[in-house]
Design a protein. Structure first.
Length: 303
């Protein structure tokens, strides 16, 4: 475990586990690098896993979002990570927010130092437009983004350094329930969704000390704004000239299946692994199949 320097003078938290070929894995929204550990432990004798906590999450929760383009900022952080560890032939993978950060990294030429790429549950653009209807939340995007905007409007008049627990109760509960809804929406298991909602509402304080830290709660809003603004990575997908695996949850409530499959039109060497019973988190919804396919991806097996 270490902190590495970034170009803006901040320090990014990294977990390094194992030995062998380097593998960089990026987590999703509301998560942190430790969530990869159950998947990588059986493989640490063959691979060196480099697992960052992205800005706003885990032990990097305190890092400022000093770039208005959050995903461009994430891309620069990944580049700084590659430079720090002198990576030239690394395997790269990301899920959800982490996958979008990877696609932003590709836009700045980062994939020239990547040997294989794993994209779990993210399409090429988060915002719908006239020529793209496959963004975050699909046909419900306007409805859910409108809820985000209402939350942002509620906090715009508040002091920027106000603590989470000092927020007006109505605003705090709206933010809490928004995050709970986002996380619970990610799984296709009804009992898991119910558990997440129950735990988030009745165990808020202990959870905010361990999993979803709130000392810099504004970071979550900056990331929501970044998803609403969108970052169109389609023009650069054809530059991905390495073996690429797309893992897709067919029951995802985050991204339409059609949009994720559409990525194959742009990436020359992409193959698709479909998880028929999974939502946005195949790692959770179909863990055995995910682990099998994850190991196959690392080995470079195509069958």
């Amino acid at each position: 475990m270490a902190y590495i320097p970034l170009r803006d003078g901040e320090q990014l938290y990294i977990r390094c586990i194992g030995r062998g070929q380097p593998v960089v894995l990026l987590h999703g929204f509301g998560s942190q690098s430790s969530h990869w550990i159950p998947n990588i432990l059986p493989l640490i004798h063959r691979y060196k896993f480099i697992l960052p906590d992205l800005r706003g999450f885990g032990h990097s929760h305190h890092l400022p979002m000093s770039n208005a383009d959050v995903f461009g900022h994430y891309a620069e952080d990944i580049e700084d990570l590659f430079n720090h560890f002198q990576l030239d032939n690394a395997i790269l993978g990301g899920i959800s927010t982490g996958a979008y950060a990877c696609l932003a990294f590709n836009q700045i030429g980062g994939f020239e130092r990547v040997s294989r790429y794993l994209n779990i549950e993210h399409s090429a653009q988060s915002r719908n437009s006239d020529d793209w209807s496959h963004g975050l939340f699909g046909s419900r995007q306007d409805e859910i983004f409108s809820h985000f905007r209402e939350l942002l409007k509620d906090i715009e008049h508040l002091a920027p350094d106000i603590s989470y627990w000092s927020l007006p109760e109505h605003t705090r509960l709206k933010m809490r329930d928004t995050v709970i809804a986002l996380i619970s929406r990610a799984t296709n298991r009804p009992m898991t969704r119910s558990f997440i909602r129950f735990a988030g509402r009745y165990f808020e304080r202990p959870l905010t000390k361990t999993l979803i830290k709130v000392e810099h709660w504004q970071a979550y809003l900056r990331i929501m704004e970044a998803f609403m603004a969108g970052k169109d990575t389609r023009a650069h997908l054809a530059n991905i000239q390495i073996p690429t695996t797309l893992m897709i949850g067919e029951q995802s409530r985050y991204f339409p299946l059609s949009g994720q499959l559409d990525v194959c039109r742009y990436v020359p060497h992409a193959k698709v692994i479909r998880f028929k019973k999974s939502g946005h988190i195949p790692i959770l919804d179909e863990p055995i199949k995910f682990q099998r396919e994850f190991m196959r991806f690392l080995r470079g097996n195509d069958t």
